[in-house]
Design a protein around this ligand. Structure first.
Ligand code: NAP
Ligand code: MG
Length: 484
């Protein structure tokens, strides 16, 4: 492990560092050991106002929105380079704070964040308006303009990555940002804010407001100068954000929860499908919005598949996130571990068959839950309905394509789905029928900055990534010039 270098843990507002206005701090904990890492400033509503002042001032009076687009892109490329240079350091902070294996932070979280920055840096000078063929003697054209101040509110499961997705898309088209990372995992975003200054972002363009959602986050929602809220988090908080944002009619994009169906057909490559099912539910210790937490197996392969799954799950090394062999880390907090264990107890009470796991893995004082497989799950059970957000998979059996689609779609969420089949016609036919924002065929949990990502149904709306996300951060102005 790289010796951790903690970032400055004060708020970053207008390019300067401030403690919270009332001096409050909160400790951030290492979930693999239950030990405190460091105290971090806990922003007040007054601090949130100050951060919006800075972002609003940078938008109205600062250079950022009016910079030549190529120059905005150049600064974002520089930020990508800096993040890449500091990848070991930032990935270390991420794993210490979140409990995920360093293998994942270093190979996935940080490189994908770098790629997303480069992807959007490239868009800076490629977003432009059109000249319109209107009736009469007019020169009429559109301008795709930034919205103004964007509040990005992000969760603890991919603290850096989900923040960078929002910040990169917002900044490339000229917005300014106040980022409120999750209270549990603020360190990587604080470091990212420092790198932003080093890259040359003007003061106030990217402000980092650590602290509680109910205080700092809520104050951002109430400030009329915030034009848009880009939120990733739970569906209940997403709904409350939508209500609060209504008062000042803020634009919204909401990336919310999921209970994704990963569907294995009788003709699939079973070894690949087992790997996909394991990656689908145990990657990120199951604390992933797209987790393939409902595993639907065709009756012809069900028994064999569950056996293979059990053997693979039991062979996965859990423990110290910095051991290169570790594939499952610690759940993010004690409270979250207990919530997962309570779901497991409900699964047992409601009659599902526990195949493996089902309990805390006692490794020091860390918050580890053993990889858990439930079989004989029925759609009405709590473990089939609710997002557990942990390493717990609910296996269900199906007998036909229609049966599989009904099971998959009969759910309030619609974030992602997986299909494992060698029948090309079935793959396309069923991809079209699945009510989900992403469908993976013969793969799972694959991401790329060019590929839009977001939910159907109560998994939210709006898209992150790809060119589609740019329209979430711009508004269109039409200009009419009378030529007579
Ligand atoms: P969460 O409790 O909804 O929190 C997300 C963020 O919102 C945190 O920064 C939180 O602050 C803040 N927040 C809480 N209450 C708020 C309020 N009243 N006003 C403004 N902000 C508020 O979610 P989480 O527990 O961190 O993350 C897990 C959830 O995120 C899961 O449901 C998961 O499915 C979802 N998720 C979705 C996606 C996706 O792309 N669809 C990706 C990842 C995760 P605190 O720090 O105080 O909690
Ligand atoms: Mg922590």
């Amino acid at each position: 492990m790289t010796t951790p270098v903690f970032p400055n843990t004060n708020l970053l507002i207008a390019g300067e560092r401030f403690p919270a206005s009332n001096g409050a701090v909160h400790p951030t904990i290492n979930p693999a050991t239950a030990e405190k890492l460091i105290d971090v400033a806990s922003a007040t509503a007054e601090d949130a106002r100050k951060a919006v002042d800075a972002a609003h001032n940078a938008f109205r009076h600062g250079p950022w929105p009016g910079l030549p687009a190529t120059e905005r892109g150049r600064i974002l490329y520089k930020l990508a380079d800096l993040l890449e240079t500091h990848a070991d350091e930032v990935a270390t902070l991420e794993s210490l704070d979140n409990g995920k294996p360093f293998f994942e932070s270093r190979r996935i979280d940080v490189p994908l964040a770098v790629e997303a920055l480069r992807y959007y840096a490239g868009w800076a000078n490629k977003v432009h308006g059109e000249v319109l063929p209107v009736r009469g003697q007019f020169h009429t054209y559109t301008r795709h303009e930034p919205l103004g101040v964007v509040a990005a509110i992000t969760p603890w499961n991919f603290p850096l990555l989900l923040s960078v997705y929002k910040v990169a898309a917002a900044l490339t088209v000229g917005n300014t940002v106040v980022l409120k990372p999750a209270e549990l995992t603020p360190l990587s975003c604080l470091r990212f804010g420092e790198l932003g200054i080093e890259a040359g972002l003007p003061p106030g363009v990217l402000n980092i407001l650590t602290g509680k959602g109910s205080v700092a986050g809520q104050a951002l929602l109430e400030d009329p100068r915030v034009a848009k809220v880009a939120f990733t988090g739970s569906t209940p908080v997403g709904k409350s954000i939508m209500k609060s944002a209504a008062d000042t009619l803020k634009r919204l994009s909401l990336e919310l929860g999921g209970k994704s169906a990963n569907i294995v057909f009788g003709d699939a490559d079973l070894k690949a499908a087992v790997r996909g099912a394991i990656n689908g539910i145990f990657y990120g210790k199951g604390e992933i919005c797209t987790a393939g937490s409902r595993l639907l197996l065709h009756e012809s392969i069900h028994d064999e598949f569950v056996e293979m799954l059990k053997t693979t799950a039991e062979g996965m090394k859990q423990g110290d996130p910095f051991d290169p062999k570790t594939r499952i880390g610690a759940q993010v907090s004690e409270a979250h571990m207990n919530s997962i264990l309570a779901y497991i107890a409900q699964g047992c009470d409601q009659g599902a068959r526990l195949v493996t796991g089902g309990e805390r893995n006692v490794i020091g004082n860390g918050f580890f839950v053993k990889p858990t497989i439930f079989d004989n799950v029925t759609p009405g059970m709590t473990i089939a309905q609710e997002e557990i957000f942990g390493p717990v998979v609910a296996v269900m059996k199906f007998s036909s394509d229609d049966d599989a689609i009904a099971l998959a779609n009969d759910h309030m969420y619609g974030l992602a789905a997986g299909l494992w089949t060698n029948d090309l016609r079935r793959a396309h036919r069923l991809s079209a029928r699945l009510e989900a924002g992403t469908v993976w065929v013969n793969t799972y949990n694959f991401y790329d900055p060019a590929a839009p990502f977001g939910g159907y149904k109560q998994s939210g709306f709006g898209r992150e990534l790809g060119m589609h996300a740019l329209s979430e951060y711009t508004q269109t102005k039409t200009v009419w010039i009378d030529l007579n």
